[in-house]
Ligand binder design. Sequence first.
Ligand SMILES: Cc1cc2nc3c(=O)[nH]c(=O)nc-3n(C[C@H](O)[C@H](O)[C@H](O)COP(=O)(O)O)c2cc1C
Length: 327
Amino acid sequence: MDKNIKQKVKKIVAPVRLLGSYLYDLKNFRDYSFEFNSNNLSKDNLRAEITFQYHALEKGMCHNRIRLGYGLERRKRLLYLLRKWSDNNYQLDDKRYATGVAVLKRYIEMHEENNFDVSSLKEEVGKLPIGIENILGGYEEKEKEYFINARNKNFEQFSKSRRSIRDYGEDDVTVNEIEEAIELSTLYPSVCNRQAVRTYVIMSKEKMMECLKLQNGIQGMAQNIRSVIVVTSDNSYFGNLNERNQNFIDGGIFSMNLLYSLTYKNIAACALNANMNTKNIKKMKDLIGINKSEDIIMFISCGSYPEKIKYPISNRDSSHDIMSIIR
Ligand SMILES: Cc1cc2nc3c(=O)[nH]c(=O)nc-3n(C[C@H](O)[C@H](O)[C@H](O)COP(=O)(O)O)c2cc1C
């Protein structure tokens, strides 16, 4: 076929192939994610939702002023999922299952310390079989110095010290300090060095509050928040349909670099999801003045370190859990 005709055909077919690729993505998400399959949860769906539910309970424990009895629906759902796990005879030494039980136990302990009646929950949790006795669930507390000192240690120690901080100290964080962190994170790797990432640094308290209300992922927390950084990535920098998800990959890599850079520059931070429906994405873009061509990757709340910091334990899988060796 003539080269010109070939190019023309390719152009006509391209949108159809793009649609086909999105349908492939759609099927993958619809068939395997846990909300679409809530009536037929796979083992991995169970692990995921157990984590999702216990993480929210862990976050609730980090509040300075705890709303006793919080998370009733989450507790019920978590109990249901843990029972389902053991009824299916899945391994009881699975870390997600064991952490789920440990978080509920910590929840009960914390409520008993505050003389809040959780006896019926205690009875239900007592019936759950236990695989790992000594796994931790709930929160940890550290002095500010721990994070500040770790900045000058080697990468392993620095990386192990980084944590999402959701409540901040009284001290200010200036736009110049944030800019220094953003400058450092511009060394992120990106596909063909196309560097499609953009950042919007919100310093206005009013805009910040409006933004967090729409974001809806840090409800009631983030005391003394000084800035919200919106990380976006611009579709204009990508080419063919196989690059359709590259925004999210490069944007994610940049964001991780930024989280480390902020930590290194002594700014406490927490990544916040941008999983909004299309109506709220549009509202957010209008609010911040984000170009239509950009995808919002995530938000990052920033502030200074408070004297004492409570954060969820957020247990991790080990390399053994996540590594397959292909020989
Ligand atoms: C993309 C992304 C979105 C997140 N969204 C939220 C959020 O909306 N609210 C929140 O409190 N934490 C959020 N987090 C923080 C995670 O809960 C946290 O990274 C995880 O529990 C691991 O804890 P660590 O960051 O302290 O190691 C988010 C993290 C990422 C990477």
